[in-house]
Write a protein that binds this ligand. Structure first.
Ligand code: HXC
Length: 257
């Protein structure tokens, strides 16, 4: 119902998670974190799900971690609870995730978008890492993922000044996969998710894995991982289907095996 902090729906092979704390601009409190982690892990195990779309409202994807929940915490409380560490569970989701971003994607909101594999942004989207203004620093991966995404000098500008960047600048920086008019955000994001979801799941999850590998290992190891994975995909029926469909000039129908 209306009191759920994350709403779920399904369209074919696409699962949609909608952040639902409108009064707090979708601030990410512990309950939201638990729900996102629980739901994505569950969807990841569902063979009927080929892509997960995460979105917020028109006004805000998410305006960050919940400042009011954090304000009075002590170091020991945060350390013992290992505050924010559960977000790392999203790294274990193998199903491709698409963020559809409209309005504010700040702090943890920007970081959540960066934990997804594609970021589709409306022209109203605003990205930022404003933690510095609160006397802290990014805590859910901003200093690491943003730097890998846009390079040192763009990342430093956002992290040290806390300034918001508009959708167009974010797109130029490489923080956005596609920039689309606000009115077509959900159509575009759903179309991208649907396209991914219909492809062979063994192919999409290994494509994601191989691409993410590039952030972890050197080129030689990464290339070997990619090539061996490519070889392994010849054991499935989807490779035969994809290639015979090409030869027969028809659309492939993948069975995800
Ligand atoms: C808790 C939040 C919130 C947040 C907004 N709200 N952001 N509550 N945590 N991150 C609440 C407001 O308190 C307010 O509720 C309601 O949402 C609407 O927000 P307004 O400020 O009235 O809206 P507006 O004037 O349109 O301004 C929008 C905004 C501003 C520019 C996005 O809300 C803002 O600056 N928010 C904080 C952004 C931020 O600093 N994020 C980073 C958080 S730290 P009430 O009930 O008061 O009216 C983080 C990383 C953690 O994410 C790492 C640290 C270790």
């Amino acid at each position: 119902g209306e009191d759920k902090v994350v709403l779920t729906s399904r369209e074919g092979r696409v699962a949609i998670l909608t952040l639902n704390r409108p009064k707090a601009l979708n601030a990410l409190n512990s309950e939201v974190m638990r729900e996102i982690v629980r739901l994505t892990a569950e969807l990841d195990r569902d063979p009927g799900v080929g892509a997960i779309l995460i979105t917020g409202s028109e006004k805000a994807f998410a305006a960050g971690a919940d400042i009011k929940e954090m304000e009075d915490r002590t170091v020991m409380e945060m350390m013992l609870a290992d505050w924010f560490s559960d977000w790392e569970m999203l790294e274990r989701v193998r199903t491709p995730m698409v963020a559809a971003v409209s309005g504010f994607a700040l702090g943890g909101g920007c970081e959540l978008a960066m934990m997804c594999d594609l970021i589709i942004a409306s022209d109203t989207a605003k990205f930022g890492q404003p933690e510095i203004k609160l006397g802290v620093i990014p805590g859910m991966g901003g200093s690491q993922r943003l730097t890998r995404a846009v390079g040192k000098y763009k990342a430093m500008d956002m992290i040290l000044t806390g300034r918001m960047v508009e959708a167009e600048e974010a797109e130029r920086m490489g923080l956005v996969s596609r920039l689309v008019p606000a009115a077509s955000l959900m159509d575009e994001a759903m179309a991208a998710a649907r396209t991914i979801a219909e492809f062979s799941k063994p192919a999409t999850i290994t494509a994601k894995e191989a691409t993410n590998r590039s952030f972890e290992v050197g080129l030689r190891e990464g290339l070997l991982h990619e090539r061996r994975t490519f070889h392994a995909l010849f054991s499935g029926s989807d490779q035969k289907e994809g290639m015979s469909a090409f030869r027969e000039k028809r659309a492939a129908v993948f069975k995800h095996g």
